[in-house]
Write a protein that binds this ligand. Structure first.
Ligand code: ARG
Length: 278
């Protein structure tokens, strides 16, 4: 699929097929709170969550992406957020080492999946590291969030494990506790972000590297409009971020909105439910 945008310089976008890992939400709920979006007193409609997740999977499949589905485990309600499972590149998988005890048992389940699927090496990170929730690849560079979940020391571990450059970005707003809630990667040259989520130093890096970046307003960032899966052309995103959707479109991308209300009660949306197997 390609499109040409009417800008001074025509931009041609093209989608490439991706290999994705999702986890079914049978056990999804909100019964503890480890980020500001989670309130165990607000009921979650699990049937609706399953419907929304199934629709998301269907969108990926219709776009031609290959989706692997891992079964969730009882007692691990956040396993549905597979972006946090690992970082995967060139068949190597660095599995998450979760910051909160509530999520720590997920590591063994994810590790088992990666080993069975033939990823090698597949190892649990030695240092606090929440996978692609905090580590986003733009072209040949990894951007790693330094906040409440992934430690700065883990950025060195990443660099060694993958042999790729890693740029650290400090996250300063507790609502944007994972990098993938504040930074969207659209293609190797295009990102979108919410400036308020980053330290001054982090912002300076983003401004230098991506002078033409799309900037999100607070409302759209809070509606998880940056928590997207982009295949180079299609931007799969939550349906409540109208300004961002307009900006994605103006740059020649094709925003596809999906309802994610139930998963958002846990502080996660489209990207959080999706791990790219690179
Ligand atoms: N409730 C989960 C947590 O707080 C949500 C994780 C969202 N994942 C993400 N990649 N941002 O850990």
């Amino acid at each position: 699929m390609t499109t040409t945008v009417s800008q001074s310089e025509p931009v041609t976008r093209s989608a490439t097929t991706r290999h994705l890992l999702m986890c079914s939400p049978e056990h999804f709920t909100v019964r503890y709170s480890i980020n500001p979006w989670m309130n165990p007193e607000v009921p979650v409609d699990r049937d609706l969550a399953l419907e929304q997740w199934t629709r998301l999977r269907g969108v990926y499949e219709r776009l031609g992406h290959r989706v692997e589905v891992l079964e969730g485990a009882p007692g691990l309600p956040d396993m549905v957020f597979t972006a946090n499972a690992a970082v995967v590149h060139g068949g190597r998988a660095l599995v998450a080492n979760f910051a909160h005890p509530q999520r720590q048992p997920e590591s063994a389940a994810f590790l088992r999946w990666f080993r069975q699927a033939g990823y090698a090496p597949a190892e649990v990170a030695a240092l606090r590291n929440e996978g692609e929730g905090d580590i986003l690849t733009v072209g040949r560079i990894m951007f790693a969030g330094n906040g409440s979940r992934t430690s700065l020391a883990a950025h060195d571990e990443l660099r060694e494990f993958f042999g790729m450059p890693v740029i650290s970005l400090d996250l300063v707003d507790p609502r944007f506790y994972h990098l993938d809630t504040a930074l969207a990667v659209l293609d190797p040259h295009t990102v979108a972000y919410y400036p308020g989520a980053f330290s001054d130093a982090g912002l300076a890096v983003l401004e230098q590297l991506f002078p033409g970046a799309i900037l999100a307003n607070e409302d759209d960032a809070c509606a998880f409009g940056l928590n997207v899966m982009c295949d180079g052309y299609n931007v799969v995103m939550s349906d409540g971020a109208p300004d961002l959707a307009k900006q994605y479109e103006a740059r020649g991308f094709n925003p596809i909105g999906v309802g994610m209300s139930e998963l958002m009660k846990s502080g996660g949306s489209v990207k959080c439910c999706t791990l790219e197997l690179r």
